[in-house]
Ligand binder design. Structure first.
Ligand SMILES: O=C(O)CCC(=O)C(=O)O
Length: 270
């Protein structure tokens, strides 16, 4: 997939892009099936009672067909355009969400260092848990960042509900849509069910300078299986992701895998 210059500029300015119906109904069917299998067998989905979020790591890494999302020309093309060729895949999370998430960014990198790709597996509208974004809030000089405004405290600060923060956008989605956003972008979800299914892929830009490699090391030291004290049996990634990888996919795995082995030798690949 190739982006237009306008789409690239939109992403840089507003911090997100939404692609409606990027995946066909047939693809949505197998993606949902594989997601359900994964969260039930590799996460604790079978114990989900809706009282809190159920989350598991590396949602695309347990089943060969989901692993191949990292070979998919649409995803590769999008990441090449937004991050640059040689981007890194840096795990992700699979969820049955329950209720609101509150406003938060996923990172405070003050630069386009990492992005999240999100797949929503149920139709979601503004009051039933769709992703909300605060466009432009990834910029370090955005007023929310510059003034350290706690958006979740909007009632006390401004007499409004957090979901009514001016300027926020409800990205209503159907299964098959894809959303990508800069980790530094403030986002939230309000009014969702107790079993809102979504999974993500995190990706970073290619890291070749010493500064970028250091930033990636910090990233992997926290946002990785080792960072959460999880032993995948194969370091940074669950074994199926590596055992089904061809040379092209390995390009996107190698750098985080090596850093993870170095940072967490107790969990290193054998
Ligand atoms: O629930 C959502 O859609 C937001 C997801 C989210 O907060 C996150 O992935 O960090």
């Amino acid at each position: 997939m190739q982006l237009t210059q306008e789409q690239i500029d939109f992403f840089q300015t507003f911090g997100y892009l939404h692609f409606p119906a990027l995946f066909s109904p047939d693809e949505v069917a197998w993606i949902c099936e594989e997601f359900e299998y994964s969260i039930q067998h590799f996460g604790s989905g079978n114990g989900h009672d809706g009282s809190s979020r159920t989350m598991f790591g590396g949602p695309i890494e347990h089943r060969p067909r989901l692993c191949a999302l990292l070979d998919d020309a649409r995803i590769i093309g999008l990441c090449n355009e937004v991050l640059g060729e040689g981007f890194n895949y840096a795990s992700g999370d699979g969820n049955y969400y329950s209720g609101d998430t509150g406003w938060h960014p996923d990172g405070n990198w003050n630069q386009l260092f990492a992005v999240k790709i999100a797949f929503y597996l149920d139709p979601l509208a503004r009051d039933s848990g769709c992703l909300r974004v605060l466009p432009g809030s990834h910029h370090p000089d955005h007023f929310v960042r510059a003034q350290h405004i706690d958006l979740n405290n909007a009632q006390a600060l401004f007499g409004i509900e957090p979901r009514d923060i001016p300027g926020n956008l409800a990205l209503e989605t159907q299964p098959g849509d894809l959303v990508i956003f800069n980790h530094d972008l403030y986002h939230a979800s309000f009014g969702g069910s107790t079993r809102r299914r979504m999974f993500t892929m995190n990706l970073t830009r290619p890291c070749s300078t010493p500064e970028d490699v250091e930033t990636l090391r910090q990233y992997v030291s926290v946002h990785s299986p080792g960072g959460y004290s999880v032993d995948t049996g194969a370091g940074m990634y669950f074994p199926t992701m590596l055992s089904t990888a061809g040379p092209e996919r390995m390009r996107h795995l190698r750098q985080c895998a090596d850093l993870h082995d170095e940072l967490f030798p107790q969990f290193a690949r054998k």
